[in-house]
Write a protein that binds this ligand. Structure first.
Ligand SMILES: O=C(O)CCC(=O)C(=O)O
Length: 201
């Protein structure tokens, strides 16, 4: 039986945040219980990978653990991912996400930020395999962390706390106009898992 309730609860996008066009945030996409359960199961069941990344000719360990699942192989930031079937709990979440957004997703990148030192640098999800205006759907569980949206033209920054059980949609031309990042935190943080569902062509 699915661990996720197919009923979409009283979800209201946080319009008061005045996010730029192409961003929509929903704080309570998952119930507290669903979000707790998802976090615990993913920590336990996923075979997390620690990967290297090359920057300015040097090799570093990525400051987070990752896992990729998808119907097709994918490469991003010079990382290669083989096609791999989603575990049931992730499959259930994909269905719920697709139902809410109307977008079709055939892959998911999962990031596990172990503590305040783990992070993701400034980037946009604009690989050609994602299509012209990709829809990226991001689910966060675990510790709340700050997510920063940076305007590519004027470099202005919008900060958004991604809460336990929340959903963030990035679509339209958002990947062309903005970068996003998940900076290290100055305050102590527990674990956080983020799943970004995408469609790979
Ligand atoms: O952890 C996050 O919220 C950001 C994830 C992200 O930027 C990505 O997977 O491209």
């Amino acid at each position: 039986m699915s661990s996720l309730n197919n009923f979409i609860p009283n979800i209201k996008p946080k319009t008061e945040l005045e996010l730029p066009q192409g961003f929509e945030y929903v704080s309570n996409f998952l119930t507290q219980k669903e979000a707790d359960n998802l976090f615990e199961q993913l920590v336990k069941e996923i075979e997390w990978e620690e990967r290297e990344i090359k920057m300015f000719g040097k090799v570093y360990m990525q400051p987070r653990l990752i896992k990729w699942f998808g119907d097709k192989a994918y490469s991003y930031s010079k990382q290669e991912f083989q096609a791999q079937r989603m575990p049931q709990i992730v499959e259930d979440l994909r269905e719920k996400v697709q139902e809410y957004t109307g977008a079709k997703c055939n892959s998911v990148l999962i990031n596990y930020y172990r503590n305040e030192q783990d992070s993701m640098g400034k980037h946009s999800d604009d690989e050609k395999e994602l299509g012209v205006n990709p829809t990226i759907i991001s689910i966060s569980v675990g510790e709340e962390r700050e997510f920063v949206i940076i305007n590519k033209l004027d470099k202005s920054r919008i900060k958004l706390n991604l809460e336990h059980g929340s959903l963030l949609i990035m679509n339209k031309d958002s990947q062309h106009k903005y970068w996003h990042e998940l900076p290290k935190s100055r305050t102590k943080k527990g674990g956080r898992i983020n799943l970004t569902f995408r469609y790979i062509y």
